[in-house]
Design a protein. Structure first.
Length: 215
């Protein structure tokens, strides 16, 4: 009976497929539009008006976001990153010069962190060396250019890693999935899709449904 290898294979596959993070289930429901009374803040896409980029990893993707509520946008180095929400800059690192897939590069990841008026924070990662356009203490507007994208830190290709944290009930930082305004409406982004930020004057569907169709 060759059952054992089958069981082993199934358990390995299922442990890969399903993140243990309890947020995952909620995120999947949000992505499918099954949670209707969503009143969460609607973020700007973290780049310039009218531009479109691929979201190559979504929330709890298989690759390096297995346990993370974060998004990766594939971007050529030097692309302009804009604040997805207004706030105050609380952290800037821009002296990292190295990047690669090994964990030893993690500390080299240049980043900007912005604290929002409700106390939540957004992090923008893998920025170009000396690529920050803001300083700690600066007040930034939603949509304001804050950095140039790059490939520093633990990364396998040039991209922007975008993440939002908030305090949970026990006052611990928790990664949170966020909704975005795109040319196709408002919703949670999913992987391997391209999303365009509306031009400033372009009205967004006021009553759009999830999930956002692919561009
Ligand atoms: Zn990432």
């Amino acid at each position: 009976m060759k059952l054992f290898p089958v069981i082993l294979l199934v358990s390995v596959l299922s442990s890969c497929a399903a993140s243990k993070n309890p947020l995952r289930r909620e995120v999947k429901l949000l992505e499918r539009g099954l949670i209707k009374d969503d009143t969460s803040y609607i973020y700007d896409l973290p780049f310039e008006n009218g531009k479109a980029y691929y979201c190559v990893q979504g929330y709890f993707s298989m690759f390096t976001h297995h346990e993370r509520a974060a998004l990766d946008f594939r971007m050529k180095p030097g692309s302009i990153i804009c604040a997805a929400r207004e706030g105050v800059v609380v952290r800037v690192k821009e002296d990292g010069t190295r990047g690669g897939m090994r964990s030893k590069y993690r500390k080299d990841g240049n980043n900007v962190v912005i604290e929002h008026p409700d106390g939540s924070r957004a992090g923008y990662w893998h920025l170009q060396t000396d690529g920050a356009l803001v300083n700690v203490g600066d007040t930034v507007k939603r949509g304001q250019p804050i950095a140039l994208s790059g490939n520093t830190g633990m990364t396998s290709f040039p991209h922007l890693h975008f993440i939002v944290w908030d305090y949970d009930r026990s006052r611990r930082w928790q990664q949170v999935p966020t909704r975005f305004e795109t040319t196709r409406g408002v919703g949670y982004l999913t992987a391997i899709k391209r999303y365009r930020k509306p031009k400033a004057e372009q009205p967004v569907h006021p009553d759009s449904h999830h999930p956002i169709p692919e561009e």
